[in-house]
Design a protein around this ligand. Structure first.
Ligand code: HEM
Length: 281
């Protein structure tokens, strides 16, 4: 999904007619790729769903979204037509959330390796999670939208059906927001502000009294009507993993044969979901 769902990922997005050309022509590799994806997506949604159904038939297994929705179906001869929808709900939730949530957790672990000084901030797990979502920018260009009506924005005409790409990367790394360092007066109090948007500083998300601050823009989950419906689930999953890992493990850099710390050269993957590249994980 991450590789292929962004507009322009395949030539098909620009010239839809190429779908009618045979797959043996040069440049048509996307057709074989798409066939493999269909197989993977079918397996991804069907295997867990059938597992839940067979567990339910045996009276085993934990309750989950699929089992609860299946239980609500009225008696029906053969397969109920809504079963496909239920399978789709669980499948799309898994597909949309698994990679992104794991990426956000990886970003916390990476930040702990690169910025060990921030260990003092560990009681502020919430701030660590928020800063990882900001600094790690898991979905840098969000998910593409399309206009349903023509519009005018800042003097620009936007036709109906135009692809709209939200640049979360720029929002999170906006140097106009992170422009000054030092103490800044906010009402009657002074608050420390941090300059470099590329620096991992959980304190950005804390008020002086240790409570969470919503001062900095965080659009990791998108905006508007299509905002990520899994954001509360993701928040809870990231929080509990981060809190557990930080409580149980010391995270530090690996050392070479001379005992010198190895500073990882960090690379990230391209795609809808940005992940820490495998080489350094
Ligand atoms: C760190 C974890 C996650 C991040 C950063 C993330 C980010 C996003 C973003 C940026 C969008 C596009 C929002 C927009 O169009 O404005 C989105 C959409 C979506 N997300 Fe997430 N997400 C995460 C986890 C999850 C989880 C755990 C689930 C499911 C349980 C999920 C399900 C979805 C679905 C179904 C959509 C499409 C919504 C629509 O188009 O109406 N996401 N997500």
């Amino acid at each position: 999904m991450s590789e292929s769902s962004f507009p322009g990922a395949a030539i098909l997005d620009i010239i839809p007619e190429v779908q009618y050309l045979p797959s043996w022509l040069p440049g048509m590799e996307f057709k074989v790729y798409a066939q493999n994806c269909v197989r993977l997506v079918t397996e991804m949604t069907t295997a867990p769903f059938e597992f839940v159904k067979s567990n339910m038939a045996l009276g085993l297994g934990k309750r989950c979204i699929s089992s609860e929705l299946l239980e609500r179906l009225p008696p029906h001869e053969g397969t109920h037509p809504l079963e496909e929808i239920i399978k789709g709900v669980a499948g799309v939730g898994y597909n949309a959330g698994a990679d992104a949530t794991v990426s956000a957790i990886e970003m916390v672990l990476l930040a702990m390796v690169l910025y060990p000084d921030d260990r003092m901030s560990l009681p502020y797990v919430e701030a660590v999670c928020r800063e990882a979502l900001r600094w790690g920018v898991v979905t840098p260009l969000s998910v593409a939208h399309a206009t349903t009506e023509p519009d005018v924005y800042n003097g620009y005409f936007v036709p109906k059906g135009a692809t709209i790409i939200m640049n979360t990367w720029v929002v999170h790394m906006d140097e106009r927001v992170y422009k000054e360092a030092g103490l800044q007066r906010s009402g009657s109090t002074k608050k420390r502000v941090y300059k470099d948007p590329y620096e991992f500083k959980p304190e950005r998300f804390l008020n002086n009294d240790g409570t969470i601050s919503d001062e900095y823009p965080l659009t990791a989950f998108g905006l508007g009507r299509r905002i990520c419906p899994g954001r509360h689930f993701a928040d809870a999953a990231i929080w509990i993993v981060v809190a557990s890992v930080l409580a149980c493990f010391d995270i530090s850099k690996a050392t070479d044969e001379n005992g010198q710390e190895i500073v990882p050269s960090v690379k990230y993957t391209d795609g809808l979901v940005r992940r820490v590249s495998r080489q350094i994980c």
